[in-house]
Design a protein around this ligand. Sequence first.
Ligand code: CUA
Length: 259
Amino acid sequence: MTPALKLERRILIIATAFVIVLFGLAAMAINMFHVGLPTCLTDIKPFQKGEFITHSPTHYEVHYVAKMWDFEPAEVVVPVGSTVDVYLSTPDVTHGLILLGTDLNLMAVPGVVNYARIKFDQPQNYQLLCHEYCGTGHERMAANLRVVDAATFAARQAAPSPTPQGQGDPMAKLLEAKDCLTCHSLDGSDGIGPTLKGIYGRRTRLTNGSTVTADEAYLREAIVNPSETVVAGFDDVMPKAELTDEEVNALIEYLKNLK
Ligand code: CUA
């Protein structure tokens, strides 16, 4: 064998060894960190509703919807030892999803569904964050994922589901359902948008420089045509609410009494 051939053989052996080590490390990583490779699924229709699906006591599926500016579902609880298939979709812009303290890291891209599998070996509370800048509410985009022991999980399953915010008050429920409360509080604190508490009759300066009194006509315009009535100091980010005329009327009555 000539020296050149010998050298070539040596290079081939080293190169092959590198490839084997590389695949070995990838397999080890998946095994050690319990996170599958993120996959972009183009054959699944993007979904609009967050969902938690139980396949077996140790296998769950979560459909996360990342939208301006929250995650749905906002809280997921699974028992320790379970494998969770995470599907992620967005109806608006590109978001990210990272589960802090794990290697679960996905992008939410309009038009496709992204997927990864994760296994949880220890009880722990995890925070889920958006890691892709997606607008003024980006930094508030968070959710919880709790891994609890089997007994806690069983007790939770048996207990009646907790009362959602605004239950018993149909208007508060409507505000919640239409996502108004993401930006507008009912308790007097301003958020992305001004608080709704005491809004009726309030003297309000608008971004166009004029000052108006928030009467019935103003509130109607603010709900139906929000871009025209942006309050000074806030961004023009409110989407047109999808409400029937009856709902708008009922809402205005509700706001009148929200002192
Ligand atoms: Cu969603 Cu940043």
